[in-house]
Design a protein around this ligand. Structure first.
Ligand code: ZN
Length: 394
């Protein structure tokens, strides 16, 4: 699904077209109403040159080399089998790499398990070795976002939405070994890897203090509601921006503005216009979120609505992950959304609240203490004593 009028993508198409044949006015018309203005921008940046009413490709480079069809990121990591003359058995884009290949982690390839022996960040290479193991590994990511220069801002949905620059940074802080089938935690290892940074564009939303105070009147946490909305919004943004789910990411955190803020960003260096579309159609985006959550038949929240749809069920029960993986409170999300969209107030049914209420997702993983260097129980205890992390994202 691609928006042919997305100016960032259209600029790439125009360059490739001009590489093939000079673009005349009638040719530009085929690319839509924005193509003339974009051709002039490309001329200013010396990519195209106008001569006798036609735009010519003015570089010696291959135009299509700048347009990546397969991946959201231009830079990819090669995954190489050290027992097989470093044969490349897979690639992963650099944005997904910290979560996919890290020293000691298990990489699954054609149903075979490989252990990552070495990660060369400069050469963008992960060296793996085939090993029969009965576990997979789950990365514990540490991610943050810093809002930058604001390009646009508006009052919307009882809050304020912004569009502008942002820097997202993340690193794999540790990983867990989880046994196949039983989902037992059998190990936890810390990692000391440098953070990866993505300079991109983001749409961020600060609900009004009035909106944030509302869930507490029902004994609910506003930030949990906002995390639920974020989880749905990253799935709904592709509908309004016409992109893939993996083209966008989201975070809920409070450190930028001292109040819970929902960020939606492009998972592409310098952005590709998806978060910008989310900003323009923010109200519509929230309405899609409300429809999705309201129409879900579950009682307490599930991976189809406020939870993240992940392939590893243990992630829904992992307090160390916290970045929206544990299923947030559905009622908190509904209380907030009804208020933000001026709907009839949503009154939750009184009853047991908190994690026990959503126990059916938590029963999936048995509580087993780790026999390894740092036990999971220690980690969870530390987290509980420390309180909730200020950021939540993916
Ligand atoms: Zn649900």
């Amino acid at each position: 699904m691609v928006d042919p009028q997305n100016p960032y993508l259209l600029a790439g198409h125009l360059q490739c077209a001009a590489f093939e044949l000079p673009l005349r006015e009638e040719d530009l018309a085929l690319f839509g109403p924005q193509s003339g203005a974009l051709a002039r921008i490309l001329e200013e940046s010396k990519k195209l040159r106008e001569l006798d009413g036609a735009y010519y490709w003015s570089s010696t480079d291959f135009a299509a080399a700048e347009v990546n069809l397969r991946s959201i990121s231009d830079a990819t990591y090669a995954i190489m089998d050290i027992a097989n003359d470093n044969k490349v058995i897979g690639t992963v884009d650099s944005i997904a790499a910290p979560e996919a290949v890290y020293p000691g982690g298990v990489y699954l390839h054609e149903a075979d398990t490989y252990v990552v022996r070495k990660l060369d960040l400069e050469a963008r290479a992960a060296y793996v070795e085939r090993m029969e193991v009965d576990y997979y590994t789950q990365a514990v990511l540490d991610s943050q976002i810093r809002a930058g220069k604001v390009a646009a801002a508006k009052e919307v949905a009882h809050g304020r939405a912004h569009f502008g620059d942002a820097v997202v940074s993340w690193r794999t802080a540790a990983f867990k070994k989880i046994k196949f089938y039983t989902q037992e935690n059998i190990g936890y290892s810390r990692l000391d890897l440098p953070p990866q940074c993505l300079e991109t564009t983001s749409c961020w939303f600060l609900p009004s203090p009035e909106a944030l105070a509302l869930p507490a009147t029902f004994g609910l946490k506003a930030v949990e509601g906002l995390v639920g909305i974020r989880n749905v919004a990253v799935n709904m943004l592709p509908l309004v921006a016409m992109c893939d789910r993996l083209d966008v990411g989201g975070l809920v955190e409070s450190s930028n503005f001292g109040t819970p803020t929902m960020f939606l960003y492009d998972r592409y260096p310098r952005g590709l216009g998806f978060a910008e579309k989310g900003y323009e159609l923010f109200d519509t985006l929230l309405q899609h979120c409300l429809t999705t959550i309201s129409s879900c038949p579950c009682e307490d929240g599930c991976p189809s609505c406020v939870g993240l749809a992940v392939t590893l069920p243990a992630q829904h029960d992992d307090l160390d992950l916290s970045r929206g993986y544990p299923i947030p409170d559905k009622d908190a999300a509904l209380v907030l959304l009804h208020f933000l969209l001026d709907r009839e107030p949503f009154i939750p049914t009184p009853g047991q609240r908190g994690p026990a209420r959503r126990s059916r997702y938590r029963k999936a993983a048995p509580e087993v203490e780790s026999p390894r260097e740092v036990s999971v129980a220690d980690q969870v205890g530390r987290r509980v004593r420390k309180g909730r992390r200020p950021w939540v994202g993916l």
